[in-house]
Design a protein around this ligand. Structure first.
Ligand code: ADP
Ligand code: MN
Length: 179
């Protein structure tokens, strides 16, 4: 058959969550603590124009999901990536070995988004999405329950513990495949 099992030696990890929950911060720290490569999908979309223009209403790029998947296919097959993005439902399920969903309390998330100079509409939308756990639900609809981990990202201590937990998970993943 054409179905091939993943042969990667290093895992691929998806770090997702509502804007402001700490995806990029966590991905950078994790990448610095391991040999995993951070891929900031939002930046990639901008740099490589993997979009269909700017959405004025939602103040964001209209992502060309097929182009993003084509761009990342070989990189993901090689393994060893930390993929940082807030939309999860269009990536192939087979790409990921672990899906981390970061969660932040609304009273903590609100000032983080304010500090980003987001419009009040955009702040409101994101805080509501976080309360409704939209991204967690999307992740559950897209990946197996046993590869999803939901982590609190309210404090710096949370962040440090989360990086350490995922670093240890990656180390175990590699060990389990070395024999
Ligand atoms: P995202 O990539 O999910 O939009 P960022 O990593 O850019 O989020 O984080 C947004 C802001 O919140 C940054 O200023 C970051 O330093 C801060 N931040 C993120 N996570 C935490 C945390 N767990 N504790 C304290 N500050 C955090
Ligand atoms: Mn980010």
């Amino acid at each position: 058959t054409n179905t091939q099992l993943p042969t990667r030696r290093l895992p691929n990890i998806l770090i997702t969550g509502t804007p402001g929950t700490g995806k990029t911060t966590m991905s950078e720290l994790l990448s610095a603590a391991t040999s995993l490569q951070h891929i900031n999908v939002g930046d990639l979309v901008k740099e490589k124009s993997l979009h269909e223009g700017w959405d004025d209403e939602f103040q964001c790029y209209i992502v060309d999901e097929d182009k993003v998947c084509d761009e990342l296919e070989d990189i993901m097959n090689r393994g060893g990536n930390v993929v940082d993005f807030h939309t999860v439902d269009f990536f192939p399920e087979r790409w990921f070995d672990l899906v981390v969903v970061l969660r932040t309390e609304n009273g903590v998330l609100f000032p983080r988004l304010e500090a980003r100079q987001y419009s009040s509409k955009k702040i409101e939308e994101n805080v509501t999405a976080e309360i409704m756990q939209v991204i967690l639900e999307d992740a559950r609809n897209s990946y197996r329950e046993d590869i999803i981990v939901e982590l609190s990202s309210n404090t710096v201590e949370d962040m440090e513990a989360n990086v350490e937990q995922v670093r240890e998970w990656a180390e175990e993943w590699v060990k389990a495949r070395m024999q």
